[in-house]
Design a protein around this ligand. Structure first.
Ligand code: CO
Length: 131
């Protein structure tokens, strides 16, 4: 576990959310479509860390389901790891519930997976590794 890489916030409309966060003083560094997650995302840098705004790009996106259930708000916490395959293996051996047993491609080409909130006291935890 290296550091908190970013915090993900689910939003209904990315362009509106970008404007809202710009008003708050944040600078949007990049906007990207992530097909594996069916989302469009924007990143805002704060020192060593970032905030990720996520908008569903399709109605069957996991973010659509989240918005229907909970409304807009904090969706996940992302931790950067050194070696995601190794981490997944050791977590599975400890009985931790992972959403993707094989890492997927996330924004910026990172390899990522999610730990199920059942295994984290209710927080969707993203693990990501930069290549
Ligand atoms: Co994320």
């Amino acid at each position: 576990m290296k550091k908190i890489d970013h915090i993900g916030i689910a939003v209904k409309n990315l362009d509106e959310a970008i404007n809202t966060y710009k008003k708050l003083g944040f600078t949007v560094s990049d906007i990207e479509e992530v097909p594996s997650q069916k989302v469009r995302v924007a990143f805002m840098k704060i020192g060593n860390s970032r905030i990720e705004l996520l908008e569903p790009s399709r109605t069957d996106s996991p973010i659509s389901k989240f918005l229907q259930k909970h409304g807009q708000g904090i969706h996940h916490l992302a931790i950067e790891v050194e070696d995601i395959e190794k981490k997944i293996e050791s977590l599975e051996n400890s009985g931790v519930n992972l959403i993707y047993p094989t890492p997927r491609q996330g924004a910026h080409g990172v390899k990522m997976t999610f730990v199920h909130p059942k295994s984290t006291n209710g927080v969707l935890l993203e693990l990501c590794q930069y290549l």
